[in-house]
Design a protein around this ligand. Structure first.
Ligand code: ADP
Ligand code: MG
Length: 257
């Protein structure tokens, strides 16, 4: 695959909610290995676009291709299995379960042994359990939470919950990782660390990252390319310097910082 052959191809995606056009004819490509930023004012349609890409909601029209396969209107678990992982703007952890259990539940999408084998406690299921547990511990280690594996996720500070969500997304061994405002609720030194961490993940796992983020310096410093949405429409696309200097972007978004 040449480097500008797209991993994810978004073609004329529109999503309506009643009379509201939340995403309006958006097209762009995400290339393998890039850290791609999606920015825009509140309500611009960023999360809605993530929800369409990951199959949580269907588009009203338009097409999505991932690694040369059409994924439009596929079920979320099928899209996840194909290699798209995500985190949520409104954190969606099982708050009554431990950090380790949260990661292990995600791994079950990948596991081979049947539910019946597990219920019966068959050896194949026990072997899988040991393997998923070791793998889950590695992922917790990676996000700096290994020492807190048995703590209840709901008791974690905001920033730690966000890192746990990243570990859970990585449990699916994605090729493409979608992060919806991962730095929300973090202080500036945590944001700085997160930025370095995202770059490390990209390099270590050969990941492609599509990132929604409000903190402009973080986006500008981290992303290879940036797309800007306003009222559901794509108003700019390019490298950080050209997007930063785009008059439409300054007007819509950067101007009010
Ligand atoms: N499930 C929904 N039902 C109705 N309107 C929605 C729904 N989800 C999002 N919207 C609306 O779509 C627009 C885009 O929202 P969203 O994608 O969350 O924006 P962003 O993530 O850029 O802040 C907003 O006006 C929002 O109120
Ligand atoms: Mg959002």
């Amino acid at each position: 695959m040449s480097n500008d052959h797209p991993l994810l191809s978004i073609r004329s995606i529109t999503r309506r909610f009643g009379g509201l056009v939340a995403v309006d004819g958006v097209s762009f490509d995400v290339r393998p290995g890039e850290i791609f930023g999606l920015i825009g004012p509140n309500g611009a349609g960023k999360t809605t676009l993530f929800n369409v890409i990951t199959g949580l909601i269907p588009p009203s029209s338009g097409e999505l291709t991932f690694a040369d396969v059409a994924i439009t209107r596929r079920a979320p678990f099928r899209i996840a299995r194909r290699g798209i992982g995500r985190t949520f703007q409104n954190i969606r952890l099982f708050s009554d379960l431990s950090a380790l259990e949260n990661v292990q539940i995600a791994q079950h999408i990948h596991e081979r042994s049947s539910t019946l084998a597990q219920v019966l406690g068959l050896p194949s299921a026990r072997r899988d359990d040991r393997r998923t547990r070791a793998r889950a511990m590695e992922l917790l280690e990676l996000v700096g939470l290994a020492g807190r594996a048995s703590e209840i996720a709901g008791n974690f500070a905001y920033g730690d919950q966000r890192r746990l969500e990243i570990a859970r997304a990585l449990a699916l061994e994605p090729q493409l990782l979608l992060l919806d405002e991962p730095a929300a609720g973090m202080n500036s030194s945590e944001k700085h660390e997160l930025s370095a961490f995202i770059r490390q993940l990209r390099d270590q796992f050969d990941l492609t990252v599509l990132l929604i983020e409000h903190h402009v310096p973080l986006v500008m410093g981290l992303c290879d390319r940036i797309a800007v949405l306003e009222f559901g429409k794509l108003i700019a696309l390019g490298d950080p310097a050209s997007v930063r200097n785009d008059p439409a972007v300054i007007q819509a978004y950067l101007g009010d910082e």
